[in-house]
Each structure stands twice: as structure tokens, then as C-alpha cells.
Design a protein around this ligand. Structure first.
Ligand code: GTP
Ligand code: MG
Length: 204
């Protein structure tokens, strides 16, 4: 397909990713100004590459007519939290926003994927204003802790090297490492709650 046509298709998604990055960074800033703890540590966004879109269409037998409906992650936002408990707060923030509507959610936190992958996913509808009027697009949110992100980032880059055919013993080691991530997130939350208890009792 022509590059010009791709540009036309991807333009609204680029706009959405830019807008949402600004909006979520502003949330972080508001918290900082009010000196309130922010459940969002960091936000990033990306538009799926043309090659990845084509690869997904092939893998899932998606036709051109259905591309924008079935490739739900053309626009992707990743929200990173410090603590496990922050994730549900971010999920609530997204559910309650008036500028997006949730299509569905996937909880890979309580239901870890076989690989060991953990993250909370939300597919939302979001409107962007283009010169042709309002266009509703889909955006995939991935919400996870710093530790979960550490695991997912490295696992993804290793999978990429093996093109999906990673030897079983390495898959097993990554799965073990995922268990260590769960333990680490728990320990960090526990340390945090002890710190907060100490703070609260010193204020009494
Ligand atoms: P994709 O076609 O890969 O997008 O998957 P899907 O549409 O069947 O949905 P799924 O919820 O399985 O995955 C959505 C996204 O989550 C992926 O594109 C990845 O970014 C991420 N993801 C899912 N599983 C894994 C995993 O095992 N490891 C890593 N690193 N990321 C994963
Ligand atoms: Mg994807």
C-alpha cells in the first residue's frame, strides 16, 4: 500500500498518542504541585509500526476493511506505576474519564499469562478531531509496575531475538524470574506500608 495512504490512516492515531501523553503527564504535574502522591510514575505512548500492523493482520487473518476495528493497539499507551496497588487507582482514573470509553479490560495481573507476563490492559474508545471531523479510534492502555515493566521489556527483547522460538529452558527461567517480580512488588509494597504507618503514628 502507498505510504501516503498509510500516513492518512495513522495520522489520527499519532494525534491521539500525543494528546494522551500530554494529558497523563499533566495529571502527574497536578499531583506534584499539590504535593499528593501520584499513582502514575511515568507514561509513554507509541503508534504501531506499519510492519507490525501487517504482521498482526497476517497472524490474525484480519482484512483491510476490518483493520482499524480488529487491530486494537495501533495507538498504545503504557502507564508505569511504582506500586502494585497503584494499578487499580489508574484503572479507576481511566474508567471515570469523560474523554474515553472502555471497550474491554484484560487483567493479566491476577491472571498472569503463561509466559509470566503481567499487566492490566484496557482497550478504550477515544475521539480525535481531524480536518474531516471527529474520528473515534481505539487505544490500548497497558498499566503495570516498574518491576513488571522491567520483566516485560527484557522478555520482549529476548523473544524478538528468538523470533518466538525461545528454547524451553530459557522460557522456564523467564517464568521463574516473573515469580521473583511478584515477590519484589510485594516486598516493596510492604516496605512502603511500614513507612506510611511510621509516618502516620509520628503525626499523632
Ligand atoms: P498481540 O496480537 O500480540 O497484540 O496480542 P493480543 O491482541 O492477542 O492481545 P494480548 O493481550 O495477548 O497482548 C497485547 C499486548 O500485550 C502485546 O502486543 C504485548 O505488547 C503485550 N504482551 C502480551 N503478552 C506478552 C508477553 O508474554 N510478553 C511481553 N513482553 N508482552 C506481552
Ligand atoms: Mg499488541
Amino acid at each position: 500500500m502507498e505510504i501516503q495512504l498509510w500516513r492518512e490512516i495513522l495520522n489520527p492515531y499519532e494525534l491521539a498518542v500525543k494528546e494522551l501523553t500530554v494529558k497523563f503527564n499533566h495529571l502527574i504535574k497536578e499531583h506534584r504541585q499539590l504535593d499528593i502522591y501520584c499513582p502514575i510514575e511515568q507514561v509513554t505512548g507509541r503508534v504501531k509500526s506499519i510492519n507490525s500492523i501487517l504482521e498482526k493482520m497476517q497472524r490474525k487473518n484480519i482484512t483491510w476493511g476490518n483493520m482499524e476495528v480488529q487491530v486494537e493497539d495501533i495507538a498504545g499507551m503504557r502507564i508505569i506505576c511504582q506500586f502494585y496497588e497503584d494499578i487499580e487507582k489508574v484503572v479507576e482514573i481511566i474508567r471515570n474519564r469523560s474523554d474515553m470509553a472502555v471497550k474491554y479490560e484484560k487483567d493479566y495481573i491476577t491472571h498472569m499469562k503463561e509466559s509470566g507476563y503481567r499487566s492490566y490492559h484496557m482497550i478504550v474508545y477515544y475521539n480525535v478531531e481531524t480536518f474531516q471531523g471527529t474520528k473515534q479510534i481505539q487505544v490500548e492502555f497497558q498499566i503495570r509496575t516498574l518491576a513488571m515493566n522491567f520483566w516485560a521489556t527484557i522478555e520482549h527483547s529476548l523473544q524478538y531475538k528468538y523470533k518466538g522460538n525461545m528454547p524451553e529452558h530459557l522460557t522456564q527461567r523467564l517464568s521463574k524470574a516473573a515469580d521473583a517480580i511478584i515477590a519484589l512488588d510485594r516486598e516493596m509494597s510492604s516496605v512502603r506500608s511500614e513507612v506510611m504507618d511510621a509516618q502516620n503514628s509520628s503525626q499523632m
